[in-house]
Design a protein around this ligand. Structure first.
Ligand code: MN
Length: 513
């Protein structure tokens, strides 16, 4: 092993807000994207891909907002190799401290023939003209050869040589369909480096999907083969089976720097908070056995393992929970705790609030402390998620009453406050209290969205635990998430349902592109 070789610093390009957000049921609203972007900046990623500005007015607005806030990372916007896409992205990135235009075009025979209906020569020409156009507005231009892993390697080399000559600063090798095997993918990266002399003037990147469960393995193999940038998402969310997971890539390099001779600049102690935030804003749970951030990732169940860990943690642990910022679920605060103690605890948990959002979270904390004897870290995380939530809430829950039992249908009467102006009250009958409540809400809004997903869980153990409800509704071909929190499970369900409805009734920001 080349022990004397220096540790290389790999750029982490996070696409949670673009590829991740594109996944079914993972859509985020503007406020949620801003929260995630701030969290990624604190985590210390090199690049935040904030969206695909030409794809919708909402995406353009989100990229513009994130670009205006983030100072310590490059902010990228995705564009097809079209002038109108590049125009939308450069406009969206105009306030970025460090903008990057990310242009892509497919290079595989199947994509060129059936999707693009272009010859290889025309693809080279289009890629070059798009990169040249992007370069007029932005010094930092990334070019992605979509479906590179199923492309002719020599053709990828030809395209990369041409776009680097045209000014591309980063060339990306996507395994768009999650088809590659680690040794093969490493071979491709090595082949491209060795057969593209121009690659010395650009950084080599890769973007791996997880269709065969190999996204992280392929990414780390590519790093070993000399790639300079890894594209990934928090919790591995993304199209289909998802992208390479940020936390696994970061910790893979950190724990095995001895082997990979590579690391990132990421502050790993922010990983857990980032994972929780993305899970909470998307409503997509992290499986308990997920590497690094799953609930069981550091749990030792077998007696023989417990015995070993008690004697010396290193017997069964290759990293510590503290290294990724997992808080211990201590019972810390109660009704007598003051604002300072609350704020200190927030900061220890990697959560930072100020101004009205802090006031609101503290007020919620006091309300909860009146109902629960002790407020745990998990309770606080859940509360903070609610603070500073959507500025525009078309509907707010005012009052509700449910009548339910074993022999008759349930009924729910509900009163909502609409646009902070008018109250609407309706009653409905249903199969159980939740169904009755949702139907009563439907009567008020005059729509019947389809309930795609409903999930209720206790935030902590104990009889006085808060119930956290997630709902996903389908309306006009799109999915909308909502989350509700209350010590009463019916109330948390109603709040979640209304939150989902508020997400789709909110007018899209900005004007159409
Ligand atoms: Mn992708």
């Amino acid at each position: 092993m080349e022990h004397n070789e220096q540790i290389r610093i790999i750029d982490l390009f996070d696409t949670t807000l673009r590829d991740g957000e594109q996944a079914p049921g993972c859509s985020m609203n503007l406020q949620e994207k801003v929260k995630v972007a701030r969290r990624l900046e604190r985590l210390g990623v090199s690049v935040i891909e904030a969206g695909f500005p030409a794809s919708s007015a909402g995406d353009l607005e989100a990229v513009r907002t994130v670009a205006g806030i983030v100072r310590d990372c490059t902010v990228a916007g995705l564009c097809r190799s079209l002038e109108k896409d590049i125009d939308a992205a450069r406009e969206a990135l105009s306030k970025a401290a460090s903008p990057r235009l990310h242009v892509f075009l497919a290079t595989s025979p199947i994509h060129m023939e059936y999707k693009l209906k272009m010859t290889p020569d025309a693809v080279v020409e289009r890629a070059v003209s798009a990169v040249k156009y992007a370069k007029r507005f932005c010094a930092d231009v990334e070019f992605s050869a979509e479906d590179a892993s199923r492309s002719d390697p020599d053709f990828v080399c030809r395209v990369f040589a041409a776009v680097i000559d045209a000014g591309a600063t980063v060339v990306n090798i996507p395994d768009t369909t999650g088809y590659a095997m680690p040794a093969e993918f490493a071979g491709l990266v090595r082949y491209i480096r060795e057969h593209t002399p121009e690659s010395g003037r650009a950084r080599i990147s890769m973007h791996c999907h997880n269709d065969l469960g190999l996204a992280v393995a392929n990414s780390l193999a590519a790093v070993e083969a000399g790639a300079d940038q890894v594209e990934c998402t928090v919790n591995g969310i993304g199209e289909r089976a998802g992208n390479a997971s940020l936390e696994e890539i970061v910790m893979g390099m950190r724990v095995r720097a001895d082997f990979l001779r590579a690391d990132t600049r990421v502050d790993a102690t922010q990983i857990y908070a980032a994972s929780r935030l993305v899970s909470q804003v998307t409503g997509v749970n992290v499986p308990p056995n997920k590497a690094i951030v799953g609930e069981n990732a550091f749990a030792h169940e077998a007696g023989i393992h417990q015995h070993g860990v008690l004697a010396n943690r290193a017997t069964y642990e290759i990293m510590t929970p503290e290294s990724i910022g997992i808080p211990k679920n201590r019972m810390v605060l109660g009704k007598h705790s003051g604002r300072h103690a609350f704020e200190d605890r927030l900061n220890e948990l990697g959560l930072y609030l100020e101004g009205p959002a802090l006031d609101e979270a503290f007020a919620r904390f006091k309300g909860l402390a009146d109902k629960k004897k002790t407020v745990s870290d998990r309770d606080i995380e859940a509360l903070v998620m609610d603070a500073g939530s959507p500025a525009v809430e078309t509907y707010k829950l005012d009052r509700w009453v449910v009548n339910c039992g074993s022999s008759l249908s349930s009924t729910c009467t509900i009163r909502l406050l609409c646009n902070d102006a008018e109250y609407y009250e309706q009653v409905a009958v249903g199969h159980g209290p939740i169904d009755a409540a949702f139907k009563a809400v439907n009567r008020i809004i005059g729509k019947e969205p389809e309930l795609e997903h409903y999930e209720l869980k206790a935030v902590t153990g104990g009889e006085d635990a808060q119930g956290e409800t997630w709902v996903r509704i389908a309306w006009e071909g799109r999915l909308w998430n909502g989350r509700g929190l209350s010590t009463d499970v019916v109330e948390s369900s109603i709040k979640a349902y209304i939150a989902a409805i508020n997400n789709f009734t909110r007018p899209p920001p900005g004007k159409a592109v």
